[in-house]
Design a protein around this ligand. Structure first.
Ligand code: FMN
Length: 359
């Protein structure tokens, strides 16, 4: 069974939920490790005070017994502590009693750069909150939880994944932007080591590993560009300078360069996987841009809501989770196994067959 992920949850609803199906039985999960990634996602220079309210931790509702996966769907929950301030405003059922707390007044001032206007028009909502609650990057909390599970799985076949920020002087940029009541974006990079050749396939478009990585990263809020290896830079190089020559030594086939970022023809080639994502400046501004009040049709200023100045460090953690997830999915496709030992044995037998070893 293929690895699959379904999520639900709104930013100020009761909780975010992820259901991970297709995990092999017998994988040991460590709550502290999942919580550590959730904590990392909340860190970073330029985050909003919301991060002090939320002390994210994972709750497991199903699929795990005594710390081991059962081979059944794994249900993960991350609660929104802030929900206590939104019980009336985010009540799933028609709220009873006096309106109180946050979210009681309809939002009618869409923010440029957010899903607000397009989503409101698309679904015919009268309250922009019906859009922004799900479009919000709060959603990435459960992506990170599922990514931590994926990391535990691929660690069993010696694959590690690490995300980092490439943008320089981010703290200074944040300080300057905050002083101007503005926001910034940035660039993150994820590297995966130990990935054997053969994950992903050119057989169909949507099974190409590069396509899956790009889709997962581009599907993340505020990501507007993705490149694999030298990506856009390759366009201005000659073929003789752009490709990675194939070499062989006593440990097997390898490359001296890695401009392809570890993927050729949609298939991992045994080199480090290198993926970058560009994040746009966050759209909620304390000095709001021009908008239109959707109720009156009059010119207005966009909604101002508590918001990050930058979230690029958080994006590095989310991007790491996305890459880990896609590698776990591709590894499950390649090695199969509804029991962890079978997956690990298939990986070992494969490495014995091919002329490659991890470096
Ligand atoms: C980790 C993370 C945190 C974010 N925090 C904010 C935020 O505090 N305020 C904001 O306006 N946008 C934030 N964003 C970006 C918006 O969610 C995103 O720009 C918006 O949903 C529109 O989607 P799009 O940029 O993909 O088109 C964040 C994105 C990420 C990945």
């Amino acid at each position: 069974m293929a690895l699959s992920l379904v999520t639900a949850g709104e930013s100020h609803g009761r909780a975010l939920v992820a259901i991970v199906s297709g995990l092999p039985a017998g994988l040991v999960l460590d709550k502290d490790q999942i919580d550590a990634d959730l904590h990392r996602r909340q860190q970073g220079y330029g985050r909003s005070p919301r991060q002090q309210i939320e002390q994210d931790e994972v709750e497991v509702l199903a699929g795990l017994r005594h710390g081991r996966t059962l081979g059944t769907p794994l249900a993960l929950v991350v609660h929104n502590r802030d929900h206590k301030n939104w019980e009336w405003g985010m009540s799933p059922w028609p709220p009873e009693g006096e309106a109180g707390g946050k979210g009681t007044k309809a939002v009618t001032l869409p923010r440029p750069g957010h899903a607000d206007l397009a989503g409101t028009l698309k679904y015919g909502f009268a309250d922009v909150r019906d859009v922004l609650e799900r479009a919000s990057a709060r959603h990435t909390a459960v992506i990170v939880a599922a990514g931590a599970v994926a990391k535990a799985l691929i660690a069993k076949i010696a694959i590690t994944v690490e995300g980092r920020v490439l943008t320089e002087d981010i703290e200074q940029q944040v300080d300057e932007a905050r002083a101007d009541r503005d926001t910034v974006g940035g660039i993150v990079e994820v590297r995966a080591r130990g990935v054997p050749p053969g994950l992903g396939t050119y057989a169909t478009k949507d099974e190409r590993l590069d396509a899956r990585l790009a889709s997962s990263l581009m599907g993340t809020q505020a990501v507007k560009g993705v490149e694999i290896g030298e990506g856009f830079g390759l366009a201005s190089k000659r073929g003789s300078e752009a490709h990675d020559e194939i070499l062989r030594d006593e440990r097997g086939l390898y490359r001296d360069t890695n401009r392809a970022g570890g993927i050729e023809g949609g298939v991992s080639n045994g080199e480090e996987i290198i993926v970058r994502a560009a994040m746009k400046p966050l759209p909620t501004l304390m000095k709001p841009l021009a908008s239109v009040d959707l109720q009156t049709g009059e010119p207005a200023q966009a909604l101002v809501e508590r918001s990050d100045t930058a979230a690029v460090e958080a994006l590095a953690v989310v991007a790491e989770a996305c890459v880990a997830w896609e590698l776990a999915r591709a590894a499950k496709d390649k090695f199969g196994g509804d029991a962890l030992d079978d997956l690990v044995a298939a990986h070992r037998a494969y490495l014995e067959r091919i002329d490659w070893s991890p470096r």
